[in-house]
Design a binder for this molecule. Structure first.
Ligand SMILES: [Zn+2]
Length: 246
């Protein structure tokens, strides 16, 4: 392939801009905020699971309390009914009176026991509710921290993308100075190896930093200025400039 030395030299400007594009893409992929957001998301998800478990426990205790309170009520109602019968004077037999009084006393003891149960459930429920509140607060705090990290990420993205648009605009202008076949070769090499062209300085390829063999240098020296030469080592297009010292 042949191309005017000036067009070949423009490849170096193109390579410089492409390396900026690559650096920007790398920065976008490796923003510290991305890892931070991932970590916070994992913690928020773990806490969300814990919140559900704690809420389930608190809900179970609430139902348990309702049931225990209903038990207290039914015993109380029975005791009240018995007490009314006793107070009404309708029960006259001493045996029946003694039996009724004994039942009332037994119901009162039973009510006391059941009230103890209600109190015990209420205590457990209180601590379960406190646990829910603690986990919810923790989850919300982490979710807020994640929101802040997302805002920082978005701000960085905006800045990077703005710079990328500007660099790509400059790249388009430089590419316009390069003949289509040379540009196509450069783009193909860039796609294949990540880089398309490098300067030849002395006997070194500045792309892969390898020194070329004497035979290779002699071959390049003998080649005409518009011949497009390549590095044997990295396959980049080697651009000869006055600094190449050939
Ligand atoms: Zn090389």
């Amino acid at each position: 392939m042949k191309a005017a030395p000036a067009a070949q030299k423009r490849l170096l400007d193109l390579a410089e801009l492409d390396s900026v594009v690559d650096r920007l893409a790398h920065r976008r992929r490796t923003l510290p905020e991305l890892a931070e957001i991932d970590e916070l998301s994992a913690r928020v998800a773990r806490l969300a699971t814990q919140v559900i478990a704690a809420e389930t426990e608190a809900g179970d205790l609430a139902r348990e309390q309702t049931k225990a309170e209903a038990d207290v009520d039914s015993v109380r109602v029975r005791a009240e009914r018995d007490q009314k019968r006793l107070d009404s004077g309708q029960v006259s037999s001493p045996k029946d009176l003694a039996s009724l009084q004994s039942e009332i006393a037994s119901l009162h003891r039973r009510q006391g026991d059941l009230e103890e149960v209600v109190l015990e459930i209420m205590e457990r429920r209180e601590s379960a509710d406190a646990q829910v509140a603690k986990l919810v607060a923790e989850r919300d705090e982490l979710a807020a921290a994640r929101g802040v990290a997302e805002d920082r990420r978005d701000a960085a993205f905006t800045e990077i993308d703005k710079e990328a648009v500007e660099v790509k605009g400059r790249r388009t202008a430089v590419a316009a100075d390069i003949p289509a076949d040379l540009l196509a070769l450069y783009d193909k090499l860039r796609e294949q190896f990540g880089v398309g062209a490098a300067m030849l300085q002395g006997a070194r390829c500045l792309g892969c930093r390898t020194s070329l063999s004497i035979a290779e240098i002699n071959r390049i020296k003998a080649a005409s200025h518009d011949e497009v030469v390549r590095c044997e080592e990295c396959r980049r297009i080697l651009v000869r400039t006055p600094e190449s010292g050939l």
